[in-house]
Structures are given as C-alpha cells and as structure tokens.
Design a protein. Structure first.
Length: 227
C-alpha cells in the first residue's frame, strides 16, 4: 500500500469543546503516539483524510507533515466515526518506521461461489496479521469456490502476500458453509397472515354474535307484555 502525504496542524484546544471547534473548521482531531514519544495532538484536513481512508482502507499509511516542521509516518490505530453524519470524530495514529513490523487487523474478502443450495456465514471479516508497516495489504482473500454444506474456511486457508505473517490463531473460523433452508422450512418460520376474506368472515361472525343477545332481549320483552 502506497503512503498518502497529508498536512496537519498542532492542536492547542482539547476536550469536547475544542474537538467540536476543530471539526467545525473542517478538520479531524487526532493524536500521534508511539516509539516512546510524548503524544502529539494534531488536526488533519477532514476531506483529504476521508478520501484516503475510502481508497486505502483503515490501514492506510500516512506521511504526515505538521506545520511545526514535524514529519512522520503513521498508521490509524483507532478511528471514531459519527454514524449519523458519516464523518470522522477522532483518530489515533501510531508512529511507525520503514522496515518496522506491525500487527494489524486486515479485512478478509471471500472469493468464488460455494456449492448450490448453501448459505455462507462470514464469521470473521478481519484477520490479525504482522507485516512491514509500509507494506500492509488493504485486504486479504479466502476462496469458498465449490465448498459444500458443513465446510469451513479457517485463518490458515487465507492467502497471505509475501512478507505477511498470520498473527491470529490458525484455526480461527473465517467463514462457514451451511445448507440453505428449504421452501417448506422457510414457510414454517413465516407468521400467519389473515386474508381479507378471512377478516371479513370473522367480522360478520362477530356482528352476528352481538345481535343475538339483543334479539333475545326483545323476545323476552314481548313475552312480558303479553303476560
């Protein structure tokens, strides 16, 4: 994955109020840390940062140039998003060096098609791997081609690029193949829905039941009058 150059400014306001003002200015509050360095609070241009993450994913490598002269390489460690506005609230950035090994979570994409009449359960959509900080893959691939019901894809089955090592348990289940439910099974799980005709019949029966006591009351009244 190629690095993305991005500018940044030192951040002097902290807390919720300072973070809100930073975001209103079109920037993302962030903090740089790692390698025993004192954490450095910065603000990143929101539009450029969002574009880089959309293209390179959550493990995009950034070459950050701070206006105070600081130049560093960093990987996103934690990204906080606003689910309603779909914007970035805060970013933790881990300082890295060229040639340094890092352990990160990388998305896993399933390729191919399983056997007919099966369903795929994607148990884990990311996998922990160790790689050169400047060569972290944006995704990994696992094949489900032709797999029958009852089959599983484990971490050991995932294709790893050269230089990338598995950090997760090799037996961790990535995907499971199950038998697709039959039409009868699906029908059995559906709630019963009354048709308009059935509802009309019930309404008519209810009306008849309500009229019966009234009719009986009228007959009783006539009998008393004649007596």
């Amino acid at each position: 994955m190629s690095e993305v150059k991005i500018s940044a400014e030192p951040r002097t306001e902290f807390g919720k109020g300072g973070a809100r003002r930073t975001r209103r200015a079109g920037k993302v509050p962030a903090v740089l840390y790692g390698h025993g360095e004192k954490p450095k609070h910065i603000a990143l241009p929101a539009r450029e940062f969002a574009a880089a993450i959309r293209k390179g994913g959550a493990n995009q490598l950034f070459a950050i140039e701070v206006s105070d002269g600081t130049q560093v390489l960093a990987l996103p460690k934690a990204i906080q998003r606003d689910p309603i506005r779909d914007s970035f609230e805060h970013v933790d950035l881990l300082l890295v060096r060229r040639g340094e090994k890092v352990t990160v979570e990388v998305p896993v994409q399933l390729t191919g098609e399983a056997a007919r009449d099966t369903l795929i359960v994607h148990d884990h959509d990311t996998l922990s791997v160790t790689a050169d900080a400047t060569k972290v893959p944006d995704h990994l691939e696992a094949s489900i081609e032709g797999l029958e019901a009852g089959s599983q894809v484990t971490a050991a089955d995932v294709e790893l690029p050269a230089g990338v090592e598995l950090a997760a348990d090799a037996e961790q289940t990535v995907a499971s193949v199950t038998a697709a439910p039959t039409a009868e099974q699906l029908e059995a799980t559906l709630p019963e829905v009354e048709t308009p005709e059935a509802e009309a019949t019930e309404a008519a029966e209810g009306a008849e039941a309500a009229e019966t006591p009234a009719a009986e009351g009228a007959e009783n009244a006539e009998a008393k009058t004649e007596a």
